[in-house]
Design a protein around this ligand. Structure first.
Ligand SMILES: *Cc1c(COP(=O)(O)O)cnc(C)c1O
Length: 421
């Protein structure tokens, strides 16, 4: 049996209808922006392996740091103990975040980083003896797949089986010039009950790379701040350069109370989640009353190997060559966007930083399950490009080390697809 056959005997894949899905492609090696299958076929990873890989695959520097850490300390309980990697990562990350971010809480992935953020906010008010239990979120949001993270995400086909068990959340539209006043009055009606507002800054990734203006986000954030509604900036996807600045919140002036990180945090090397918060939130849990403790943790909280990967990734992220690469990708995307934006088969082309998304015309049927999605997916796979469409929307968000030749190849295949599909 080959690897794919063995896989199909024992494995249940994520987000995969196992009855009808194509067999998984066995990847055995990665280098730069590319991964290679068993037979040596090369794929350009145009989606950074589910948006995680920012510096390229099997990066030698990250690999070296991880290997060194493994021989030093692989793991230690993080309640009652600490270790150099966790401290250094928190120190260095807080230094490049908005200056109100003062404390870091570790977990394992993006969903748990969000769970921690929600618990911090709800218990913040609980500890203060104030009855603020409602959460504000955007329609079509995506914050993860655990129950709390699902509850603050838009109700969709993904959540349908669980909808009756998800707690109620106040969902508002994404802001625009037309509705911003209206959104503020919706917030105003709820303000004294709202514990927090959680949002994906600038780009709703899973919803289909839906983008909105930083000015509008800033206005909503400032309004919530005025009403004492805590602000959770979910940077799990947008963090570490995706939007052209180090963090999406660098595009606005209002500082969030809480920030969530994962995906790019370790350069896509290891699972790690991180939630940072202000001194004010941290202080609301300080008490002689043990019941005011944040009772949350995971077995692998602050795993030293994952912290080593994150520190190595941060070293690379802070190099000027990485900033130049981000600018280069942003510029190349812009040029390509201008070139194709009026194509009759495209409904829209949009870009934020290193993310460019193209929405295919479909007539009425724009569902995630449309057959167009599968045709696009296999078309690009055949061409040696991993582009995983969200319904009729294809997007490129490559590792920052992608070369101009690789980008050109992806662009040319998209133009070809526009003619052929
Ligand atoms: C992917 C994602 C999450 C969930 O992260 P996981 O590591 O997949 O659990 C949360 N928020 C946003 C904005 C995401 O894109």
């Amino acid at each position: 049996m080959n690897l794919t056959e063995r896989d199909l005997k024992v494995i249940w894949h994520p987000y995969t209808q196992m009855k009808t899905a194509l067999p998984p492609i066995p990847i055995v090696r990665g280098e730069g922006a590319c991964v290679y299958d068993e037979n040596g076929k090369k794929y350009i990873d145009a989606v950074s392996s589910w948006w995680t890989n920012i510096h390229g695959h099997a990066h030698p520097y990250i690999a070296k740091k991880v290997a060194e850490q493994l021989l030093e300390l692989e793991h230690v309980i993080f309640a009652g103990f600490t270790h150099p990697g966790a401290v250094e990562l928190a120190e260095r990350l807080l230094q490049i975040l908005p200056d109100n971010q003062q404390k870091a809480f570790y977990s394992d992935n993006g969903s748990t980083a969000v769970e921690v953020a929600l618990k911090m906010c709800l218990q913040y008010w609980h500890n203060k003896g104030e009855n603020r239990t409602k959460i504000l979120a955007f329609k079509n949001a995506y914050h993860g797949d655990t129950f709390g993270a699902m509850a603050v995400s838009g109700r969709s086909a993904f959540t349908a089986a669980f909808d009756s068990l998800l707690f109620d959340v106040e969902f508002i539209d994404l802001p625009s010039d037309q509705n911003i006043q209206n959104l503020k009055s919706q917030i105003s009606d709820l303000k004294s009950q709202l514990a927090c507002f959680i949002f994906e800054p600038l780009v709703q990734g899973s919803a289909g790379m839906i983008m909105y203006k930083p000015e509008h986000l800033d206005e909503l954030m400032a309004y919530c701040r005025k009403e004492d509604v805590l602000l959770i900036d979910d940077e799990v996807f947008t963090g570490f350069g995706r939007t052209g600045k180090p963090f999406a919140c660098n595009h606005v002036t209002t500082q969030p109370d809480i920030m969530c990180f994962s995906k790019g945090l370790t350069g896509g090397t290891m699972a790690l989640g991180l939630t940072t918060c202000t001194q004010d939130i941290f202080d609301a849990f300080l008490s002689d009353d043990k019941l005011k403790t944040l009772f949350h943790g995971h077995s692998f909280t602050a795993n030293p190997v994952a912290c080593a990967a994150a520190l190595a990734s941060m070293d690379i992220f802070l190099q000027s060559s990485t900033t130049e690469n981000i600018k280069r990708i942003e510029g190349r995307h812009k040029e390509f966007g201008l070139k194709i934006k009026d194509h009759p088969k495209l409904k829209s082309v949009r870009q934020t930083g290193t993310i460019i998304a193209m929405e295919w015309q479909t007539g009425d049927n724009t569902s995630y399950f449309s057959s167009l999605r599968d045709r696009l997916y296999t078309y690009f796979l055949d061409a040696g490009i991993i582009l995983r469409p969200l319904g009729n929307i294809i997007y490129i968000l490559p590792p920052y080390c992608i070369t101009n030749e690789e980008l050109n190849y992806i662009y040319s295949k998209i133009e070809q697809a526009l003619e052929e599909i």
